[in-house]
Design a protein around this ligand. Sequence first.
Ligand code: HEC
Length: 126
Amino acid sequence: MKQIQKTTIILFILFTTGCYYDNEEKLYPVISTDCNLAEVTFSGTIKPILQAACFTCHSNSNYLNSGGGIKLENYADIKIMTGNGKLMGAVKHENGYIPMPQGGGKLTACEINQLQKWIDNGTLNN
Ligand code: HEC
């Protein structure tokens, strides 16, 4: 193969794989000002997020058939899954957890930050 072709191929590989190890947190470290982290409540913030993204499988009526036996509708059940680290592990797609929502797009960075904020504030039933 001619040297010029080899160089072209190597450059192509470098350019197309260069961003492979980048992750969202490192690329966008500043939390958007549109994301309200000041007034995160269970009823006004957390439950609506889970309702929209998780209830199809994890509601009280669906969890046995579609949610692997995990309930995420009532405060007490959600608190168990935050307390054992599984909820955040799953929504952040961390190693060792099953990525959630299953078969759907990842929650937005704002939603994940709001969940984390609610936990950091003491997982209140407010
Ligand atoms: C399409 C159905 C579906 C949706 C939507 C879904 N889940 Fe799941 N989830 C499952 C199933 C099924 C399992 C059990 C998987 C298994 O055991 O292999 C599971 C497991 C989990 C687990 C346990 C993970 C672990 O590593 O042990 C957590 C936590 C969880 N889901 C949270 C959520 C959250 C939070 C959402 C919404 C953001 C969500 N799920 C949306 C179906 C779903």
